[in-house]
Design a binder for this molecule. Structure first.
Ligand SMILES: [Zn+2]
Length: 435
């Protein structure tokens, strides 16, 4: 190895030039960015065309359950949301190009280097600056989503004051949790040697558990009121189901989701002693007790079939692999220079930001695998609900939820295969019907 680089052995074979040069990486980044953007735009266009062309006929399987006006509303809502999402994707892509090849991040690195702060604080300032820019780009779209689309289709119940208060609270919570963790990772990158990424991974896993414990008890109550599920037929049905499935009841709560939106949902949160089952008040209003029981049985299925655990293990494995990749890239000058920033190994924040900016461009092609995995779990949870509650009740609940959320019954098959974490309604109901 050493001999190949030795000046004394002129005749020895030399290592060829590494293919990993800054211009080669720039080219790879530009090609991946163009392909992923083209793919996203093409899928969105297909989806909008497909939904619009099925707007005037309720699919036969739903003809008796969903009225035509509701079906048309779902189509228009889907098209409006997809169109806004396309605009947001374009804006995010423009920001990504401006920050990388456009020299934006290089300028911010220069500016933060001139601040009278320590290296770690300069890196934190850099991360905050990029977070602020990306937040500013996303803000108009979030506003249009709530006060444009959700309001036009009659779903929005939030006020501008509540929306702004949520935004400020979200930023404060994000900063309170995210900045100390970012500081820890930056410190590890500098001080923990070549295996810093293993330490960072261990802290990242710990941080995830901290969030899981804090979310139901500290974070979520900052935004919503949680009250115990009142006595009644729904509670009785739920408690019987939990007992039947051998699931220890650590708390059943109702969340005042109706303060912000008429969309309904139910979810599990936390782990261990902090574990809770939460129902949106909007869901409880709309569903009959047997339907609520079936929805909960589906969620219980995700736990019993270890979907939650499997997902966490995948997340842990992927984050370790990505951190190893980041460690390698952070030590490679072509990675910085290829993305428009002078190599800055003494500023670990630069590598961190470049990595998280550029990574989605290369991992976007993996999205359909994650969606496929998730949809398989949804079918399994449906089957669990059919066994432990009732398939008919779950079908009725799903039809109501699709109608209330104006979720389209006729997604473009390719768009759905790529993006949807849940199988299309028709596929779920067909399987439940066959159960
Ligand atoms: Zn599910």
């Amino acid at each position: 190895m050493g001999r190949a680089f030795s000046h004394t052995s002129a005749g020895a074979p030399r290592a060829g030039p590494s293919p990993l040069t800054a211009p080669a990486f720039t080219a790879a980044f530009v090609v991946a960015l163009a392909l992923s953007l083209a793919l996203q735009l093409w899928l969105a266009r297909r989806h909008m065309t497909h939904v619009a062309s099925h707007r005037d006929a309720v699919p036969p399987a739903f003809a008796e359950r969903i009225p035509l006006p509701a079906h048309r509303k779902a189509a228009d809502y889907t098209v409006a949301r997809t169109r806004l999402h396309v605009a947001e994707t374009l804006a995010e892509t423009a920001l990504l190009i401006a920050l990388t090849l456009g020299g934006g991040l290089a300028a911010l690195v220069g500016w933060t280097s001139s601040l009278p702060l320590g290296g770690l604080a300069q890196d934190l300032a850099l991360i905050v600056a990029v977070a602020v820019l990306s937040g500013l780009v996303g803000l108009p779209f979030a506003y249009r989503q709530t006060f444009g689309i959700e309001a036009r289709f009659g779903f929005n119940r939030t006020t501008r004051a509540l929306w702004a208060a949520d935004l400020v609270k979200g930023i404060l919570v994000g900063a309170a949790l995210g900045l100390p963790f970012a500081a820890l990772v930056l410190w590890l990158m500098k001080a923990a040697g070549t295996l810093w990424w293993v330490w960072a991974w261990a802290f990242w896993i710990g941080f995830q558990f901290l969030l899981l414990a804090l979310y139901p008890t500290v974070i979520a109550p900052l935004f919503n009121k949680f009250s115990p599920l009142p006595e009644g037929p729904a509670r009785a049905a739920i408690e019987a189901l939990l007992a039947r499935c051998g699931f220890e009841n650590r708390g059943l709560f109702v969340m005042d989701g109706s303060r912000r939106s008429s969309h309904g949902n139910a979810f599990f949160t936390g782990f261990g002693r902090a574990k809770r089952i939460v129902f949106f008040d909007t869901l409880l209003e709309r569903l009959a007790p047997d339907e609520i029981e079936a929805v909960l049985a589906h969620e219980l299925g995700h736990f019993r079939l270890k979907h939650v655990l499997k997902r966490m293990l995948w997340m842990a494995a992927f984050s370790l692999a990505f951190l190893a990749l980041l460690a390698w890239l952070a030590a490679s000058p072509w990675f910085y220079e290829g993305l428009g920033v002078p190599a800055a190994p003494e500023r670990p924040g630069v590598a961190l930001l470049l990595f998280f900016l550029a990574l989605p461009v290369f991992t976007f092609v993996l999205a359909p695998l994650a969606s496929l995995y998730s949809r398989r779990h949804e079918f399994e949870a449906d089957a669990f609900a059919a066994k432990h509650a009732s398939a008919g009740s779950l079908v009725r609940a799903l039809v109501k939820m699709y109608e209330d959320n104006a979720a389209t019954l006729t997604p473009d098959p390719l768009h759905s295969a790529f993006h949807d974490s849940h199988p299309p309604a028709a596929a779920r109901i067909a399987r439940l019907g066959a159960a």
